[in-house]
Design a protein around this ligand. Structure first.
Ligand SMILES: Cc1cc2nc3c(=O)[nH]c(=O)nc-3n(C[C@H](O)[C@H](O)[C@H](O)COP(=O)(O)OP(=O)(O)OC[C@H]3O[C@@H](n4cnc5c(N)ncnc54)[C@H](O)[C@@H]3O)c2cc1C
Length: 413
């Protein structure tokens, strides 16, 4: 009967624990978490801040569910250190011996090294505690830094709560790692329609204030800011594993193989803290998305329990709501292929817009606005790197319908 210790109870640790117990019902599985609650979903924190869901809907499991599955859950019990030779974890409640360990320690918000970032009133949107602080703050003037997924969601949520919101981005597109123009432009318009002030092409320089945040100075201007939210990036939390000799990859995440095993025998890693291979490009990196973390957790848990398991690679598939517009993306935008090797084909359809990212004549990415379900079909094309030309030359059904509507005079443009 092996003892499997899981460090962290986000979606990766949660999946790993349940998968280990399913694979070996005799295994003792113990999950340590620094949090007062078990699994929460960061993906719905913005909905909670906006008031669209109650706080309890952010918590996805109750402690009783772990007990019923035979999993021991140690809430509020962060692992401080570990001894890889004796195979022991060290927490405030004592030492704990294990046979195998799964690191599922997630990621944390990356704050830039700037004057004033330690002032009260400066935060990110990463934990339930961050979301609680945003909910408690009386509406005023907020500056959100970062136009990626977290920045856009935080800006939307604060605006919904009645804040005056300025969204600042270094790049000249919103959601630059997900969308090319023109879809990025449509999402920017949707944010502006909500009343969010968009400031692109500026970088934060300093948070100013006496005793708390009052203004944010950027490379071009200064904006009033009772609240500054940094939503510009996450870093893998890999320090604990690394302190015991687990090798990290160039991305700073814990290097893993397809069974989510690390370079140290008996130690596995999964989720935002783990470096894996991108299924589309074959490049190694950290891919901080829910579904990647979930699948990696399942593989790590099975492998730690001695069952066969293989992770096929991470996928960059994201969906986003910006005001009244929904959009989805898979793979890198053409503009992010820095060698200029990618091109794009954009089609307007009766129910939205589709962009195909094409490289060497093959589809390597796709973006959808409006009917995001279309991306499901295109995902197969992207995964198989199908030839782009037939898709562009013989437009699929939606484009044919569009031409018919145009011919019938029911659509302009
Ligand atoms: C605002 C926001 C919105 C997002 N929206 C989306 C989305 O729409 N779609 C999507 O795919 N992804 C989204 N993501 C990303 C997604 O939430 C993450 O990829 C996913 O939650 C990662 O899960 P994880 O288990 O690896 O890490 P985490 O959720 O970070 O969990 C790690 C856990 O480990 C605990 N821990 C860390 N160190 C220790 C220790 N030493 N001892 C004990 N416990 C420890 C932490 O307290 C934490 O509870 C979003 C993220 C954020 C922040």
């Amino acid at each position: 009967m092996p003892t499997i210790a899981v460090v962290g109870c986000g979606i990766a640790g949660d999946e790993a624990a349940f998968a280990a117990r399913r694979a070996d019902p005799t295994a003792r599985v113990v999950v340590f978490t620094a949090e007062p609650d078990p699994l929460i979903s960061p993906c719905v924190l913005a909905d909670y801040v906006a008031g669209e869901i109650p706080r309890e809907r952010t918590v996805l499991r109750r402690p009783g569910e772990y007990a019923r599955a035979g999993i021991e859950l140690r809430l509020n019990d962060p692992v401080r250190e570990w001894d890889p030779d004796r195979r022991e974890l060290i927490t405030d409640s004592g030492r704990f011996a294990f046979d195998r360990v799964v690191f599922a320690t997630g990621s944390r918000a990356a704050f830039p090294d700037l004057p004033g970032v330690d002032l009260p009133g400066v935060l990110s949107l990463r934990t339930l505690g961050d979301a609680d602080r945003m909910r408690r703050a009386p509406a005023g003037r907020a500056v959100v830094v970062g136009t990626g997924l977290v920045g856009v969601e935080a800006a939307w949520a604060l605006r919904e709560r009645g804040w005056d919101v300025t969204l600042v981005g270094r790049r000249h597109r919103v959601l630059p790692r997900l969308f090319d123009e023109p879809i990025a432009g449509r999402l920017a318009e949707a944010l502006e329609r909500m009343g969010i002030r968009l400031v692109l092409g500026e970088s934060p320089v300093e948070v100013l204030g006496t005793g708390r945040s009052e203004r944010l100075r950027t490379s071009r201007s200064t904006y009033p800011a009772d609240l500054v939210v940094f939503g510009a990036g996450q870093r893998p939390q890999a320090e604990l594993a690394a302190a015991g000799g687990v090798p990290l990859g160039p991305s700073g995440g814990i290097a893993t193989d397809p069974t989510m095993a690390t370079g140290l025998e008996g130690a596995y890693a999964c989720g935002d803290c783990a470096e894996t291979v991108d299924r589309l490009t074959g490049r190694r990196g950290v891919f901080m998305l829910w579904n990647n973390a979930r699948l990696q957790g399942r593989v790590a848990g099975r492998a730690a329990a001695g069952a066969p398991a293989r992770f096929p690679g991470s996928l960059g598939v994201s969906t986003v709501h910006a005001g009244d517009r929904a959009a989805a993306s898979v793979g890198l935008p053409a503009a992010e292929h820095r060698d200029g090797s990618a091109d794009l084909d954009h089609q307007v359809t009766p129910d939205g817009e589709i962009t195909l990212v094409i490289r060497n004549g093959r589809v390597v990415g796709a973006q959808a606005l409006g009917n995001t379900a279309r991306l499901g079909g295109l995902l197969g094309a992207v995964l198989r790197h199908v030839q782009a030309e037939p898709l562009v030359r013989n437009p699929p059904a939606w484009a044919v319908r569009l031409r018919a509507l145009r011919a019938a005079g029911r659509l302009k443009g």
